[in-house]
Design a protein around this ligand. Structure first.
Ligand code: AVI
Length: 303
């Protein structure tokens, strides 16, 4: 962690911090709050697509499905599928944090007694093995939220390859993909009026202070998200309000007024650019969108 942080902060052109460090307990709570915000359209739009199109989704997935969800968290969107489709025999929620995962799995067993729930505590960005259950079921990976948009290109490729291997020839990937839209709508979604996203962004500093005993003063930074049209992504930054320094792993890091720490990318896609990105591994077989074309749910089969 120290190495990664130091590397990012020593970057001459643009200081960076890895976005995975948003997510301590407070960070996860703040993210949950973001998903309820008026300006943050992705969560409610994706939920609406899932609810409205559940019959069609069921048809595409076929019968006897083993549903696998990397980074399942509270499995809240998955409940729409588990509760409305008869063809899911087993569900494997996956997360790094074991305690929370097992607690959620117990609740799901009570809520969906007919479905076999088999949690798997693992890091899905690296190759992993599934428990040997129901070998004749069709493996379908569910990856909602457009989380793929937060990955760097090498990580996208690694992720697609891992999923391609896991589902084998007969499986499928059902994935949420956020679409390019008006800059204003995008920037508002990441600069909300209640400043929840600002608190989420600054939480990375609180988290690193605690874990690595750093001396970040979050009041020395301002949150701002900017649409980068060339790279088709929302970038979250923490802008430095005044010159100051902190010590990280024995090294002094200087912050100049006006520079920023780049903390997150959230890529947005056109239907064509997404198809092109996944094209070495998957064929897009079906796309569902909302009436404003803000968000898409896509059904992919392996090449
Ligand atoms: C988790 N991920 C899909 C969110 C997004 O929209 O890129 C993270 C987020 N960052 C700020 N708001 C939400």
């Amino acid at each position: 962690m120290l190495e990664e942080v130091l590397e990012g902060l020593q970057n001459k052109n643009q200081k960076t911090l890895p976005s995975k460090y948003f997510y301590d307990e407070r960070g996860s709570e703040l993210f949950d709050e973001i998903t309820e915000l008026q300006e943050y359209y992705p969560t409610r739009t994706e939920r609406k697509i899932l609810t409205d199109k559940v019959r069609e989704i069921e048809e595409y997935l076929g019968h006897k499905i083993l549903l696998i969800e990397p980074g399942s968290g509270s499995s809240s969107k998955t409940k729409i599928l588990l509760g409305n489709m008869d063809n899911i025999c087993c569900y494997i929620p996956m997360d790094i944090s074991g305690d929370y995962l097992f607690r959620v799995a117990d609740q799901l067993r009570e809520e969906f007694p007919k479905i076999s729930i088999q949690p798997l505590s693992a890091d899905y960005t690296k190759p992993f093995e599934l428990p040997e259950i129901n070998p004749d079921a069709r493996k379908v990976v569910f990856y909602p939220g457009s989380t793929i948009g937060n990955f760097k290109m090498e990580k996208v490729e690694q992720f697609l390859k891992v999923i391609h291997d896991i589902i084998e020839n007969e499986g499928a990937l059902l994935i949420g993909v956020d679409l390019i839209k008006d800059k204003q709508i995008l920037e508002l979604a990441y600069n909300d009026s209640k400043n929840v996203t600002a608190a989420f962004n600054k939480n990375i500093l609180h988290h690193l202070n605690r874990e690595l005993d750093l001396g970040f003063d979050p009041d020395n930074f301002d949150h701002k998200s900017i649409w980068n049209n060339e790279k088709s992504r929302i970038e979250m930054h923490l802008f430095v309000k005044k010159d100051h320094s902190i010590t990280v792993g024995g090294k002094e890091i200087h912050f100049r007024k006006g520079e920023s720490i780049h903390t997150e990318n959230s890529h947005k896609y056109s239907l064509e650019s997404f198809q092109e990105m996944v094209g070495d591994w998957f064929d897009v077989k079906k796309v569902w969108t909302d009436e404003k074309n803000y968000f898409s749910l896509q059904y992919l089969e392996p090449k």
